[in-house]
Design a protein around this ligand. Structure first.
Ligand SMILES: NC(=O)c1ccc[n+]([C@@H]2O[C@H](COP(=O)([O-])OP(=O)(O)OC[C@H]3O[C@@H](n4cnc5c(N)ncnc54)[C@H](OP(=O)(O)O)[C@@H]3O)[C@@H](O)[C@H]2O)c1
Length: 341
């Protein structure tokens, strides 16, 4: 049964990728509607072999739409997701607005698809943060086998995670360095070109940033409330692809060799782990792909049961668009997707 699907934020990094993923995976659609702000009305975006003319979210009537993939930020989602759900459409939201709401499932299909069976009381499902998604896909088989107690994560996050204006900022600043133009940070608090910035989001009283807090609490909601996480989010001058150095402490024994074998079998994971020059994956290779790549799996000799690994994925695809479309596929396959009246 084909579905009428709307993509809100269709001109953005994630929205464009959502349209690509819907077409690539041949999601059964009767119609796809591209929505953005009034600034973009009439702009064309690609969908499959064709194009769609962007319409304004503000004037769109959602009655008769089955699924809405939202990726226009928290403020827009706060205002619009409940209205869209009231109109009878199911919302899959990419912002952080609803993630920690107890009545909103927070889903990574390879990890906790079963929570969808528990109901969707608000008509909204949340897509986790991009760096959380790739992390929990890689953690799941290891947690099932040996129970993770504690995590230490350092991220190396690409600028596309901050939106299209941040990608422009990296490009403009990089060129400015070469032609010795003045260099003015606008999106980030400090220069991003040829630099790294240890701040994601804004600062909390605890000294952590909002992006760090999201990972710490989302891992608990998706995987296990007993997992303690500390993390440092760092923005790096990479256009696409987030990387993470992950240190795990387990309750039970687990060897690097066993972990490698489990990860090789895990859904959504590709292990590339040769102990030689270049025997690991970097963000440039992960860009445009859907897999979560795991490399550098090794023992942490500083604790009784510990491992360390390197996790890389395309933040716009598995970290956002692909995960959202996989949630819709999951609902469809479990007969949980109702047609709008
Ligand atoms: N990038 C990632 O890795 C990633 C991963 C997971 C989740 N997310 C989340 O996904 C959302 C979008 O991220 P992005 O990277 O795609 O941002 P982006 O490239 O800056 O795009 C933002 C989109 O939102 C639209 N928009 C902004 N204000 C609007 C309004 N008032 N009404 C309707 N549409 C509006 C924009 O339309 P105009 O072009 O008309 O302004 C554009 O289509 C954010 O909540 C972000 O946190 C991003």
């Amino acid at each position: 049964m084909p579905y009428k699907v709307a993509v809100v934020g269709a001109t953005g990094n994630v929205g464009r990728e959502m349209l690509s993923v819907l077409a690539e995976r041949a999601f059964p659609v009767s119609e796809v509607v591209a929505l953005a702000s009034t600034r973009s009305v009439g702009t064309e975006v690609s969908f499959g072999d064709g194009t769609l003319k962007v319409k304004a979210l503000d004037y769109y009537d959602f009655r008769g739409t089955d699924i809405v993939l939202m990726s226009a930020g928290g403020r827009v989602s706060k205002e619009w997701s409940p209205k869209i759900a009231d109109a009878g459409a199911l919302v899959i939201d990419n912002s952080s607005q609803w993630r920690m709401d107890r009545q909103v499932p927070l889903v990574v299909p390879e990890v906790n698809a079963q929570v969808l069976e528990g109901g969707i009381p608000k008509g909204i499902i949340a897509n986790p943060n991009c760096s959380t998604i790739q992390l929990v896909v890689a953690l799941k088989p290891l947690h099932d086998a040996a129970t993770i107690k504690r995590l230490v994560v350092s991220t190396y996050q690409s600028v596309s995670g901050t939106g299209k204006d941040a990608m422009d900022e990296l490009f403009t600043q990089t060129r400015a360095v070469f032609v010795t133009d003045p260099l003015e940070p606008k999106i980030y608090p400090k220069r991003i070109a040829f630099n790294v910035i240890p701040q994601g989001g804004t600062f909390l009283d605890s000294g952590y940033t909002t992006e760090e807090w999201k990972m710490m609490v989302e891992v608990q909601k998706i995987l296990d409330p007993d997992i303690q996480t500390t993390c440092t989010v760092v923005r790096v001058p990479v256009f696409i692809g987030h990387s993470e150095a992950v240190t795990m402490e387990f309750e039970k024994p687990i060897t690097a060799q066993a972990a490698r074998a489990m990860l090789r079998e895990a859904p959504g994971v590709l292990v590339v782990d040769k102990h030689e020059d270049g025997g690991y994956v970097t963000p440039v290779e992960a860009a445009g792909e859907d897999a979560v790549y795991v490399s550098r799996i090794r023992k942490d000799p500083t604790v009784e049961h510990g491992l360390v690994m390197w996790v890389v994925s395309d933040n716009l695809r598995k970290g956002a668009a692909t995960n959202a479309v996989q949630i819709a596929e999951c609902l469809m396959n479990r007969n949980l997707l109702k047609k709008a009246a």
